[in-house]
Write a protein that binds this ligand. Structure first.
Ligand code: G3D
Ligand code: MG
Length: 177
């Protein structure tokens, strides 16, 4: 009986939100995940949704517009997400404090403690970037006591680091489904 129930049970759904400042590389990362290559992007107006169908789980990927005007939309979507991906441009020293504050606001006010968070230090193909160790320290990740987080260096230009970053993250979601 349990076997038949499993066969006909509706597949589990999960929402995954991709957050970060405009130009961090959110849409480029989603394009790489969906198409296996870098594609030209235009600024995201509002929200783009893509669905990945895995055997046990459908993941709805919400790619949010990062400009200031769209950020008020984030909290609604984040509150309904089972996973958060936060993308930081590792060469954008000027907006480091801004993106750090926005990140901590999401963690503190928009998601539950049990929602896993994947942080991507993106654009590692470029020179003059911050190191992962410096980033983890200065971004305050070591101060997060209740959040399950992981941090990977990635390039949505070359695809570097993306498989490593998403493999265990997505397996975790599948296991919880
Ligand atoms: P967003 O969705 O976060 O706003 P986009 O960011 O994905 O639209 O990317 C913004 C710009 O950064 C794009 O360049 C894109 O090609 C570039 N970009 C994204 N990821 C990387 C990366 O890993 N390495 C490098 N070198 N560039 C990246 P344009 O020139 O179109 O603005
Ligand atoms: Mg975008």
């Amino acid at each position: 009986m349990a076997f038949f129930l499993r066969l006909f049970r509706k597949k589990k759904q999960a929402n995954m939100t991709i957050c970060g400042l405009d130009k961090a590389g959110k849409t480029s990362v989603v394009n790489y995940l969906m198409h296996g290559e870098n594609r030209e992007t235009i600024p995201t107006m509002g929200v783009n949704v893509n669905t990945v169908n895995l055997p046990k789980l459908d993941i709805h990927i919400y790619d949010l517009g990062g400009q200031e005007g769209f950020r008020p939309l984030w909290s609604d979507i984040n509150e309904r997400s089972q996973a958060i991906v936060y993308i930081v441009d590792c060469t954008d020293f000027e907006r480091f404090e801004l993106t750090k504050n926005i990140f901590h606001d999401i963690i503190d006010a928009q998601i539950d403690d049990n929602v896993p968070v994947l942080i991507l230090l993106n654009k590692i193909d470029l020179p003059n970037r911050m190191s992962r160790a410096d980033f983890i320290y200065h971004f305050g990740l070591l101060d997060l006591k209740n959040t399950t987080w992981s941090c990977y260096e990635t390039s949505a230009m070359t695809g570097g680091g993306l498989i490593e970053a998403f493999t265990s993250f997505i397996h975790k979601l599948e296991d919880e489904a």
